[in-house]
Design a protein around this ligand. Structure first.
Ligand code: ACO
Length: 428
């Protein structure tokens, strides 16, 4: 098998090395292309561009495979927890009992926000989107721990624990603030996801009654979102990290990238779409027609993926969990019926089949969150809480790579050629 690719250009032949990953994905290394040929590669949307080597997550989009540090997502979903997976992603291996306990305790010790940080919540209008609050507050949190930023190498474990633990506290506080409700502090005795629900829904005079099925379902959502290789937000985190910005700033940038409806914002958009279909009394057929019409500006939210050209393995797990939870809560949801109908219709529709558009992770997750009582505007925040360990693991990989350089893509300029400044009085 050749280990070089040959490029013929302007009558010359250039040799470019072919590199191979552990799962036999192959890439043409173009690092020397510009020096050799004066040309750059052009890949709008980076669909064919490998931006890094990474040991964290493997995806085979054609076969519908997702593995964190080599372990299939199906096994982790069945046997693990979000916090154990966070450790796995960041440290590269599953923790033993003592390591897991220590990690858990570190998270608990770092779950409280600096008291002064609370006042920052006052500056946001009550209708501010929680993703705006989340990114601002994560960035602001870094100001309260300057000692971490001075020595990020030795303090990394604490920085990571602060981020994982506090993203959840900030999220719950922002929800309480948006509803004019008093802030509820975390309880050290509760585990990660139970504590989040406690901070969201307890009252100062009465604790929220935790339902173990709901806790498990939300923990699963966090776990399934924990990493997904070089998606838009993770690539953003790596981009910011490559400039040697601190981990809080890098994660805050990740939150901003995640917010968009084509990425993490899709889970909110799915629920809004299902709700609209329900209110209009449609079974989804009209919406499917509109989604196929490019002029309509509509897309079937929760369908399609840049990498998966097969069923998103997370969507399969979430769909099962959704049926399971609603069954255990003895609750039906007309939006779940619409979602199932949409899925059936779309999977046999030529437009979607030809384009290999399958349900993605966001298609059913919103129905679970709705059943738990999480308001729709908080859905993308749930995704951010889940994705935090993945962002941190990717941040670490950039920082610990001795060959890491600042990310700085090039472009093909298509603007005006040289022209000269015209003084204001001479302009038409
Ligand atoms: N509904 C209708 N048509 C679609 C959809 C959709 N959801 N997704 C893609 N298409 C069509 C496109 O119009 C295009 O058609 P064409 O070839 O006739 O022009 C073709 O399928 C390919 O689509 P692209 O936009 O080129 O695919 P890309 O890889 O750039 O985008 C994306 C992937 C953003 C996920 C897209 O499928 C989409 O917008 N989906 C809906 C939003 C969504 O669910 N996002 C969540 C993604 S998962 C995540 O971030 C966790």
């Amino acid at each position: 098998m050749s280990t070089n690719a040959e490029l013929k250009l302007d009558g010359k032949t250039y040799s470019l090395p072919v590199v191979e990953g552990t799962e036999q994905e192959r890439a043409i290394d173009v690092t020397t292309l510009r020096n050799q040929t004066g040309h750059i590669t052009l890949d709008d949307g980076y669909a064919n561009t490998g931006s890094c080597y990474s040991k964290i997550t493997f995806i085979d989009g054609e076969r519908g495979i997702l593995r964190y540090r080599g372990i299939p997502i199906e096994e982790l979903a069945e046997k693990s927890t979000f916090i154990e997976v966070a450790y796995l992603l960041i440290q590269g291996r599953l923790p033993n009992r003592a390591e897991l306990r220590n990690f858990s305790e570190l998270l608990t010790r770092n779950q409280l926000l600096h008291e002064d940080l609370k006042f920052h919540f006052e500056g946001f209008p009550s209708n501010a989107h929680p993703m705006a609050i989340l990114s601002s507050m994560i960035n602001a949190a870094s100001c309260f721990y300057p000692e971490l930023l001075l020595d990020p190498k030795t303090q990394f474990e604490i920085e990571a624990a602060r981020l994982i633990s506090q993203v959840r506290t900030i999220a719950a506080f922002s929800y309480r603030k948006s509803r004019g409700l008093p802030i509820i502090y975390p309880k050290p005795a509760y585990k990660y996801t139970a504590n989040f629900l406690h901070m969201m829904f307890s009252d100062p005079y009465q604790d929220y009654e935790l339902n173990p099925e709901a806790v498990r379902a939300l923990d699963l959502i966090f776990l399934l979102h924990a990493d997904h290789e070089q998606n838009c937000s993770t690539a953003t985190v790596r981009m910011v990290a490559s400039s040697r910005a601190n981990v809080f700033a890098s994660a805050a940038a990740g939150v901003c990238a995640l917010w968009g409806p084509l990425h993490g914002g899709a889970n909110q958009a799915v629920l809004e779409m299902l709700d609209q279909i329900h209110r209009e009394g449609d079974d989804g057929s009209k919406f499917i027609q509109a989604a196929k019409d490019k002029q309509s500006g509509k897309r079937l939210m929760g369908f399609g993926h840049r990498v998966y050209k097969n069923y998103d393995p997370r969507a399969k797990i979430i769909k099962r969990a959704c049926d399971d939870l609603l069954g255990k809560l003895h609750r039906g949801d007309p939006l779940l019926d619409i979602a199932k109908h949409l899925e059936q219709a779309v999977l046999s529709d030529a437009y979607f089949v030809e384009r290999k558009l399958y349900p993605n992770v966001d298609f059913y997750s919103g129905i679970i969150m709705r059943a738990i009582g999480i308001p729709v505007e908080m859905f993308t925040v749930m995704f951010a809480i889940g994705r935090m360990p993945g962002w941190i693991a990717n941040y670490r990989e950039v920082m610990e790579d001795p060959h890491s350089r600042i990310y700085r893509p090039r472009q093909i300029y298509t603007g005006d050629g040289l022209r000269h400044y015209v003084p204001l009085e001479e302009r038409p």
